[in-house]
Write a protein that binds this ligand. Structure first.
Ligand SMILES: [Zn+2]
Length: 77
């Protein structure tokens, strides 16, 4: 499933920057290393750019790059 708000809240709680962080990972689909930029909006909510994060298990994230996500949005982690 897609990453949930609680997990994003936790990521930002652990981050020194309160409104922006990056996730460096390897795409599960194509194997390329890439970066996801995550913005925490003051109004609430999160914006992800560059790829998609999935939760496989409680605290295990899987990343998929934007190109793969676009070519196959149904991809399940
Ligand atoms: Zn990819």
């Amino acid at each position: 499933m897609l990453i949930n708000l609680e997990a994003l809240d936790q990521m930002f709680m652990d981050s020194p920057a309160p409104s922006h962080l990056t996730y460096d990972g390897r795409c599960r689909s194509c194997g390329q290393e890439f970066r996801i930029e995550i913005d925490h909006h003051i109004s609430g909510g999160y914006g992800l750019a560059g790829g998609v994060l999935y939760m496989q298990e409680a605290d295990k994230l899987t990343a998929i790059c934007e190109a793969c996500y676009r070519s196959n949005p149904e991809l399940e982690a």
